[in-house]
Design a protein around this ligand. Structure first.
Ligand SMILES: Nc1ncnc2c1ncn2[C@@H]1O[C@H](COP(=O)(O)OP(=O)(O)O)[C@@H](O)[C@H]1O
Ligand SMILES: [Mg+2]
Length: 362
């Protein structure tokens, strides 16, 4: 395996990765170290994602039966849902080695040519964040995917020549958090696209049980349910919360994770019953208490919570919107009735009524 992720961080990294949050979906240093041990090794062990799993199972079985290399696979979905894990499972199921790289690590077409030309027959090439690959590399990839061939350019200027190079058949597994950003010619060259969905609480509960077993942590079903409910539909977050709850259970109790211990621990870490953390609650609270539920402009809201605009917009809001707690409208951000209920506050009366609306009326 070869981690080749040397590209400098981009603005996207900065905005999305900024604060190290317990409920952030991107991997932090500790996750990277632990995740290898927690990754399911085959499709059977992979929890949930029934549709993708079933379809992928067919694709791989058919390829195996033909004694052929599997079609190229594109996996799209939010961070932490299991794309990297699935790519490794694909290689394992095909009994093939895997090479791991990422779009940002491929700055020049030459970088890609070097990787492609060193692939073994049947090898799986995992290209994470494929939407962030450079244009020239992308064009080289089209030909490699379709014809298993690349043109290596030798020399510069008018004397440059293209030397065609045959590649052994390989399987490209591309992963992206933004399928919409992929140019259609690239998307079309994948034989199979799997859309990963957020996990249901019962599925996360199974993920947590499985991880607890591997980490040698004793956990009751209700304890796992409590953690699952706060994990934002994301296995990576579930595994991270499990580790923090384990710490708490060891220090404050006898190490066994019950519902009560899980709930106390996550209260200490400020992850609430719905998986909102301090930042999320800060944004919602300001929206309700200071602006009567909105509408209020993003910049004003950001100043009110003492955060950057980008932090509110890209770190806090996506989950609040997904949970139906906040809506973005042309007139500004507004809180939904569910937001009032979640923070245990009464919404203002409809227009003309009394209550908080009065404070902000004319
Ligand atoms: N379906 C699943 N079943 C069990 N564990 C999972 C599943 N999906 C993800 N995980 C766990 O969540 C963590 C993050 O998964 P990963 O594949 O790195 O996500 P992604 O590449 O989509 O960001 C890994 O430790 C993995 O073990
Ligand atoms: Mg990944």
């Amino acid at each position: 395996m070869n981690w080749d992720d040397t590209a400098p961080p981009t603005a996207e990294d900065a905005a999305l990765g900024a604060p190290d949050r317990l409920v952030g979906a991107d991997a932090d240093g500790e996750d990277t170290a632990v995740e290898a041990a927690l990754r399911p090794k085959d499709l059977e062990e992979f929890v949930g994602q029934e549709r993708v799993r079933e379809q992928l199972d067919l694709v791989l079985r058919a390829a195996r039966a033909r004694g052929a290399t599997a079609d190229h696979v594109l996996l799209s979905g939010a961070p932490g849902l299991g794309k990297t894990t699935l790519s490794m499972i694909i290689a394992a199921e095909m009994g093939a080695p895997i090479r791991i790289t990422s779009g940002p690590a491929i700055q020049h077409a030459g970088d890609l040519a070097a990787i492609l030309s060193s692939l073994q027959e049947g090898e799986v090439l995992f290209l994470d964040e494929i939407h962030r690959m450079s244009r020239p590399a992308e064009e080289m990839l089209y030909m490699a995917m379709e014809d298993f061939r690349v043109d290596v350019i030798v020399g510069k200027g008018p004397g440059a020549t293209a030397i065609p190079l045959e590649l052994p058949p390989f399987t490209l597994v591309g992963a992206t958090t933004r399928a919409g950003l992929l140019p259609p010619p690239l998307r079309d060259r994948f034989g199979f696209t799997g859309h990963m969905e957020f996990y249901a609480p019962a599925e996360l509960q199974r993920v947590i049980h499985r991880s607890a077993g591997l980490l040698d942590v004793e956990i009751e079903a209700e304890g796992a349910a409590e953690i699952a409910g706060r994990s934002r539909g994301t296995p990576r977050i579930a595994n991270r919360l499990l580790r923090r709850v384990r710490d708490y259970a060891q220090v404050k109790a006898d190490g066994v994770i019950t519902r009560e211990i899980a709930s106390q621990a996550l209260d200490v870490y400020e992850v609430d019953g719905r998986g909102l953390d301090r930042l999320d609650r800060g944004v919602l609270t300001a929206l309700l208490k200071l602006f009567g539920g909105g509408p209020v402009g993003l910049s004003t809201l950001a100043v009110a919570v003492g955060e950057e605009r980008e932090t509110v917009e890209e770190v806090a809001e996506p989950f609040l919107v997904r949970e139906g707690l906040l809506a973005r409208t042309p007139r500004g951000r507004i809180a939904t009735p569910a937001a009032w209920a979640h923070l245990g506050m009464a919404p203002p009366q409809q227009a003309g009524g009394s209550g908080q609306q009065g404070l902000f009326g004319a």
